[in-house]
Design a protein around this ligand. Sequence first.
Ligand code: ATP
Ligand code: MG
Length: 409
Amino acid sequence: MKHFILPCPPAVKALLFRFKEAGIGAYPVGGCVRDALMGITPHDWDVAVTTIPEETMSLCKTLGYRVIPTGIAHGTVTVLTDDGPVECTTCRTEGGYSDGRHPDGVSFTRNLTDDLSRRDFTVNAMAAELNKDGQTFTVIDLFSGQADLKNKLIRCVGDPHTRLTEDALRVLRGVRFAVKLGFNIHPDTLAALRDCGHGLSRISRERISVEFQKILESPSPARGAKLLSELGLMPHVLPEGISPHGTGNLRSLPPDFALRCACLLWQMPLDQLNENIRSLKLSNEISHAIRALSQGQIPPDISPLSARRLRKEYGTLALPLLLVAAAHGAETSALQELVASSESAEDCVCLSDLAIDGKTLMSLGVPKGRAVGEMLSALLEIVLSNPVKNTKEQLIKEAQKRISYNRKP
Ligand code: ATP
Ligand code: MG
């Protein structure tokens, strides 16, 4: 039996050891084991335990841990350790999936094998047991996950068609892990991804959207989009499809969902764009960013003034817009520099940054109402053309000039 050294933080190891001393099974499982075996430091350590949640709670309390009953119904309690929170979830088996998205029943089990068998892909279905030395681990790998890691393969646990029909979200998860890890998809699993995609029509838009975001934020977003299209999954994600040359140079963009999604939807007709955005069920803020970035217009001339105008129009989205346009072949590097230096100079590009406000204008004699807004806009124009004019004294002078001009018969 090979003993593995995994980058498990000491306080998590100590927790596992306390469970072991109490005669209870507690196994790091899923993503953390996969990542650790790949040499990637896991972002969290999920632990499968053989106690039911109430037992997990009382054991941990007896051991002096603070415990949060995060999702008792699903078997999850969160144990707070010196190395962060650890989710301890009771081993589970799932009943049938007559609706293709939710198990008919989840039952707790004391059997780790059952818990591993319900997991989606072999590389996600490994657990690790802390050895008696309290330091090393034995990897529990019932479905050849280690061989698939070595061969860089995404492969379903069990029969792919059965597993992807049970829960169609796994179809998108398959694509997600392939692009996140840079793995190929086993031919039988690939065929099932193609055959079972229609099941996504029963999955909530929100869950689909979360997977799509992870696919686009992966190191291979273009491959992700290509897989979605080739496997016939795109209509379930973006009902109106993507722009003809949507993938552009997706990878050149930072791993930010709004930017990469805007790149896919670049210059798409507005009604189609809106339909796509609506179906992704995103927050208003992200929807707005995608709309602005994908519809954005780049000024034809390159000058500090056009950089400031771009900032006025798009705010903090000005630079991202230039990046998205560049991913579609526009030459924007000079404007990018100008926008960046305007941002660091904190040039005033909006009414609220003007060194004068409406109240002051009224005290100078501008009549309350529309005239105030018009005067502020005129002053902003001056400041956009000449940023050094954004001082109270200069703007009062400019305002007075205009007031007296307007008063002339
Ligand atoms: P990441 O680091 O991206 O979070 P992860 O492997 O932890 O990767 P999660 O989506 O957090 O991915 O899921 C945790 C684990 O739960 C998976 O590794 C897998 O074993 C199991 N799992 C999650 N969702 C499903 C599902 N729909 N069907 C089967 N198993 C699942
Ligand atoms: Mg996870």
